[in-house]
Design a protein around this ligand. Structure first.
Ligand code: UDP
Length: 489
């Protein structure tokens, strides 16, 4: 008789940047044929997921009740992609209302009799540490899954828990529970952290939610041990001894963006263009799925790309202050005649809205990536040995750049923040530093290639050799099975 599969409950926070890595993890586990996945979320997110899953998917999709109007949010707010940035803290706080529903849901799964085993584990998003209490009441193993990097999230955690910038008049400060190297500048604070003083609603809420990380059985991180030691050590020392770096977990978004919109260019067109370019000659520029730069910065960047004389692919979206989903107005936001000149000279591809990023980064013509350093972009770049020019704008991106620049050696920072005033001459100088055969440029390329090998090695799963990420995943399951056995007495 076929062995019953183990059930894994997954519950990410309602943001595309969180749901997508959870899906990558879910697909990886589903592929092993050993697990069924129960994916929990609010109705709208579940519906969206249902329409995007492959027809043969065996996921169990479960809705958890949520009415955003009960929480001073606009009606039908069920994902950060549908609200302005300043409402995100309210959405995070509102998720505490899931508690009774989640308890009921897991109790139901635990007591189900029809041949089902009780869930082997519950894996939740970073704001759902409170699920540990429910899991333990019901004798189920519980882990958090951090979709970002170890260093970035360790800084983020330390920053929220200690608010070190409040105790200094200086522009630079140390994170109290970090090694000396982790000096932070005030310009590396996110908008929320800059105004946090420990008594405002968001500080109170974040400190409450992050404190709950200490109750979990372990933490899965979408990173690679060898590249991210400082952050992982921090987690093991300060938060929870069981930390499993299982990355990179990447999910190709295919021909549509995260909101389901078509690509601004097809993969074959992109590939054909890249095929005409010499090896290691093209700069790829993209700021992820949500971030945009100021109109003045867009102009400077366009001038820099043209002045550098390098070939480039640039994914453009309306600049900050304009609706990101509105039509792109080249005549307003780019230098006069820019797009036509670039098209005629074949020096660049200006892609509106969304490009097939992974296909681009995997092409041998690509030399460097000018990126906001969102963690998926970082992993995708390093997986293909592409050095990075960092322009962090939000969240832990500032600390990702720090890791990439100071520890891994694959990045130079070009600019910082959404509201910065970088001049095109400075951008050109950085492009030349990275893409010309300078000592620094060659060193960055060498280190990026080393990172690529480290990543390749980490995910190896061979008869006589398992890489660090494969081993970490095995250890995670060992811990979950050990807990299961102990609860069976
Ligand atoms: N992405 C893409 N095409 C684009 C922009 C982004 O395919 O034009 C994908 C990219 O490959 C990555 C994700 O969107 O997987 C962006 O995630 P990341 O963590 O880098 O940044 P975020 O969008 O969450 O800020």
């Amino acid at each position: 008789m076929a062995e019953t599969k183990e059930n894994i409950v997954m519950f990410p926070f309602m943001a595309q940047g969180h749901i997508i890595p959870f899906l990558a993890l879910a697909f990886q586990l589903e592929k092993t044929n050993k697990y069924t996945i129960t994916f929990v979320n609010t109705k709208k997110n579940i519906n969206k997921l249902r329409s995007s899953l492959p027809p043969n998917s065996s996921f169990n999709l479960v809705e958890i009740p949520f009415d955003s109007s009960d929480h001073n949010l606009p009606p039908d707010t069920e994902n950060t992609d549908s609200i302005p940035y300043n409402l995100v803290p309210i959405l995070i706080e509102a998720t505490l209302s899931f508690k009774p529903h989640f308890r009921k849901l897991v109790s139901g799964l635990v007591s189900e009799q029809n041949g089902q085993k009780k869930p082997l584990c519950i894996i939740t998003g970073i704001f759902f540490g409170w699920c540990a209490e429910i899991a333990h009441e019901l004798g189920v193993f519980h882990a958090l899954f951090i979709a970002g990097g170890g260093f970035g999230f360790a800084c983020y955690y330390s920053m929220w828990m200690n608010l070190p910038h409040k105790n200094t008049d200086s522009d630079e400060f140390l994170l109290p529970d970090f090694p000396e190297a982790s000096r932070i500048h005030v310009t590396q604070l996110t908008d929320y952290l800059r105004v946090a003083d420990g008594s405002d609603c968001f500080s109170v809420s974040m400190q409450k939610l992050l404190t709950l990380w200490r109750n979990v059985d372990g933490i899965l991180v979408n990173t690679v041990e060898e590249l991210d030691k400082i952050g992982l050590m921090y987690f093991r020392r300060e938060i929870c001894p069981q930390v499993w770096p299982i990355g990179p977990l990447l999910l190709s978004t295919g021909s549509k963006d995260r909101a389901g919109k078509q690509l601004g260019i097809s993969s074959p067109v992109c590939k054909n263009w890249l095929d005409t370019k010499p090896c290691s000659s093209v700069l790829y520029v993209s700021f992820g799925s949500q971030n945009t730069i100021a109109p003045s910065q867009m102009m400077e960047l366009a001038l820099a790309l043209e002045a550098s004389g390098k070939d480039f692919i640039w994914v453009v979206r309306p600049p900050s202050g304009f609706d990101i989903n509105s039509e792109f107005k080249a005549n307003e936001w780019l230098p006069e005649g820019f797009e036509e000149r670039i098209k005629l000279s074949r020096k660049g591809l200006v892609v509106h809205n969304w490009a097939p990023q992974v296909d681009i980064l995997s092409h041998e013509s690509v030399s460097a990536f000018l990126s906001h350093c969102g963690w998926n972009s970082v992993l995708e770049s390093l997986s293909h040995g592409v050095p990075i020019m960092g322009w962090p704008m939000a969240a832990e991106q500032f600390y990702n750049v720090k890791l990439l620049e100071e520890e891994i050696g694959v990045c130079v920072e070009v600019a910082r923040g959404k509201i910065c005033e970088v001049k095109h001459e400075e951008v050109v100088a950085k492009i030349e530093l990275v893409m010309n055969e300078t000592e620094k440029g060659k060193e960055m390329k060498r280190k990026a290639c080393e990172a690529k090998e480290i990543i390749k090695n980490a995910i190896k799963d061979e008869k006589n050799y398992k890489g660090s990420s494969t081993k970490a995943m095995d250890e995670f399951f060992n811990a979950a099975f050990t807990m299961r056995e102990s609860t069976l007495g």
